[in-house]
Write a protein that binds this ligand. Structure first.
Ligand code: COA
Length: 320
């Protein structure tokens, strides 16, 4: 028994912010941003909340799967920028879509959030505990960014993607997830705090902090390593894989992974040019685009791989 993806959906905010728009706010240029990252524009949530984006992506995924919300046993949301400290974004989405028979909670693994949530869903379904689940990756990092810091504000965007998983004989073949908590500082964001009665702390603003070069080195080492591992452990040759759907942070990271795996770039679809790094949303949004454009056929072997703050990283091999 395993689980398979039976439907996908995504939602991107309406407002487009181009590199030229950013060059009016910080000392940067389209040439610098596109040359170093592959990003040309991103979507920024103005009227949309994280829950609203996640709910719309969920509705589209359920419609594509052809199932009713009442059939869901579990909802997992990968996010680090939910609208509320509590309850979970998953409970909010559950309420919005009317998934009255599900339990729901969030998975906090930053940009690896969707992958970690999907692998967690797979474990629940594989164990026989649940049959049908909804996995969402949503982030709204625009509200955590210091818009005066050109080193980070050019990289990220907002959005949501979702997938419905169901018990099946074929589908997810192999998964791996890893973390290295000794490196949590290289990509982090302080929680906003008001202090308390006794410590009288001054309220702190929780801006995103990143050591870009450390993150770059980590990604180009760990991503090919974990893809190698899932392929080896499942007895799959790298040539059998049709697409490598990687976290969309930077095209240079993806090029480096392709080189290390000795695979052609056309096996590595990308959309960061249009959306930037949407954190937990990048993988399900790209998967939804591939699915809706008819590029995925039954039995195709696909590798998903995510990496991000924690540090966290992982990969999943599946048959479409
Ligand atoms: N526009 C113009 N110049 C910029 C800039 C911007 N947006 N951001 C930084 N710079 C400048 C720096 O100030 C620095 O100037 P200096 O040499 O005068 O000090 C110079 O560009 C080089 O900065 P550096 O940080 O060394 O650039 P880099 O080549 O490492 O590229 C990243 C920066 C962020 C693009 C790159 O490190 C990266 O992609 N890292 C991975 C980030 C990532 O993927 N994070 C998410 C993971 S989930």
């Amino acid at each position: 028994m395993t689980s398979r993806i039976i439907g996908t959906g995504s939602y991107m905010p309406a407002q487009i912010v181009t590199n030229d728009d950013l060059a009016k706010v910080v000392d940067t240029s389209d040439e610098w941003i596109a040359g170093r990252t592959g990003i040309r524009q991103r979507r920024i949530a103005v009227g949309e909340s994280a829950c609203g984006m996640a709910t719309e992506a969920a509705r589209r995924a359920l419609e594509s799967a052809g199932i009713d919300p009442e059939e869901l046993d579990l909802i997992l949301v990968g996010t680090t920028s939910a609208d509320h400290c509590f309850p979970s974004a998953a409970c909010e989405v559950q309420g919005e879509i009317g998934a009255v028979n599900a339990s729901a909670f969030d998975v906090s693994a930053a940009c690896s959030g969707f992958l970690f949530a999907m692998n967690t869903m797979q474990a629940f379904i594989q164990s026989g505990m649940y049959r049908t689940g909804l996995v969402i990756g949503v982030d709204c990092l625009s509200k955590l960014i210091d818009w005066k810091d050109r080193g980070t504000c050019v990289l990220f965007g907002d959005g949501a993607g979702a997938a419905v998983l169901q018990a099946s004989d074929t589908g997810i073949c192999h998964t791996m997830m890893r973390s290295d908590g000794t490196k949590w500082r290289v990509l982090s964001c302080v929680s906003r705090t008001n202090g308390n009665l006794l410590n009288r702390k001054t309220p702190e603003l929780g801006y995103l902090y990143m050591d870009g070069q450390e993150v770059f080195k980590f990604a180009v080492k760990r991503v090919p390593e974990c893809i190698d591992q899932v392929l080896k452990e499942s007895g799959t040759a790298v040539e059998e894989v049709k697409y490598f759907v990687l976290h969309q942070a930077n095209y240079r990271i993806i090029e480096s992974v392709a080189k290390r795996l000795k695979q052609p770039m056309d096996k590595f679809p990308m959309n960061m040019e249009r959306y930037g790094n949407t954190s937990a949303a990048t993988i399900p949004v790209l998967l939804d685009e591939l699915n809706r454009s008819g590029k995925l056929n039954f039995g195709d072997k696909i590798v998903l791989s995510g990496f991000g703050a924690g540090l966290t990283w992982g990969a999943t091999l599946l048959e479409w």
